[in-house]
Design a protein around this ligand. Structure first.
Ligand code: AMP
Length: 278
């Protein structure tokens, strides 16, 4: 496994490699089994696997969140070595942004809801960094976790505007044994909030079980009330949406794919999760 920190080193490390065989996994580090599942999937489907580890400042709308974001380079490299990554790209901020990135992306309705509505500028920052990374790595396939469900819709829309479009491969959410979606931010939870957090997935799963007797709006209410009944959790949103357009769903029969997406505050930590309804 090669570790590179500059664009020039990255280009050199991929010098002789056919980009049609390159799989790419962008991450912000503090890696866990969710990230590693993407690396393993990339390994199965691609000859050469590139993983980036970069905490992208432009996607943080809260400076405190950026400052507190967990970082553990040494452990990340150990885990990526075991998982079989071929090249790890760990650039610094100046390497990624030698000039400030002033590009503004247009995503129509996709970034006006859920994470886009509650974290202004977040998806523009995601599009900035992912488009830069795609231009540097030029992969045939890029692997993204469904944990960040809306992010996949944004990245798919973003690549539509690119000349070289990698295939975007969505990968299932990896969970802890108690159901909590794995997240780098879970390490920031107090023991009490960590103990309360599995309620998010539990409530969403119960919501799926209520489909026969409740409308989508009623299930939204039920799931929010169930999560909020845990005093250490506070729902930011829970929306039942069309899985492709992310538009609200009024009746279960209105869409062929329906997803419920949640953001929840657990003390200082903001957690997201989602579940398939239809
Ligand atoms: P992050 O480091 O949080 O930016 O995540 C990097 C990639 O890993 C994104 O595509 C995430 O969706 C994905 N990811 C994060 N957590 C999980 C998880 N629990 N299961 C599957 N993929 C995940």
């Amino acid at each position: 496994m090669k570790t590179v920190r500059t664009r020039a080193e990255l280009e050199q490390s991929l010098g002789g490699v056919d980009r049609k065989r390159v799989g790419f996994v962008p991450t912000m580090g503090a890696l866990h089994a969710g990230h590693l599942s993407l690396v393993k999937r990339a390994k199965e489907e691609c000859g050469t696997v590139v993983v980036s580890v970069f905490v992208n400042p432009t996607q943080f709308n809260d400076p405190k969140d950026l400052e507190n974001y967990p970082r553990d380079e040494k452990r990340d490299l150990e885990l990526l070595g075991e998982a079989g990554a071929d090249v790890v790209f760990m650039p610094g901020v100046a390497e990624m942004y030698p000039e400030p990135d002033t590009r503004v992306f247009e995503f129509g309705e996709l970034d006006k809801v859920m994470e886009g509505a509650t974290r202004p500028g977040h998806f523009n920052g995601v599009a900035q960094v992912v488009s830069k990374l795609f231009a540097m790595v030029r992969p045939a396939k890029a692997f993204f976790g469904e944990k960040d469900f809306q992010q996949i819709a944004i990245v798919k829309a973003m690549v539509e505007g690119l000349d070289e479009k990698p295939e975007i491969v969505p990968c299932p959410i990896v969970r802890e044994a108690d159901g909590l979606a794995m997240s780098s931010r879970n390490t920031l939870l107090t023991p009490e909030h960590r103990a309360a957090a599995p309620k998010i997935y539990k409530a969403m799963s119960e919501g799926v079980g209520k489909m026969g007797e409740m409308t989508p709006a009623e299930v939204e209410r039920f799931v929010m009330d169930t999560i909020n009944s845990e005093p250490l959790l506070e729902v930011i949103y829970f929306k039942i949406v069309d899985a492709l357009t992310l538009k609200p769903v009024e009746n279960w029969a209105d869409s062929v794919a329906i997803q419920g997406c949640a953001a929840v505050r657990a003390g200082e930590v903001r957690l997201i999760d989602n579940i398939r309804f239809v």
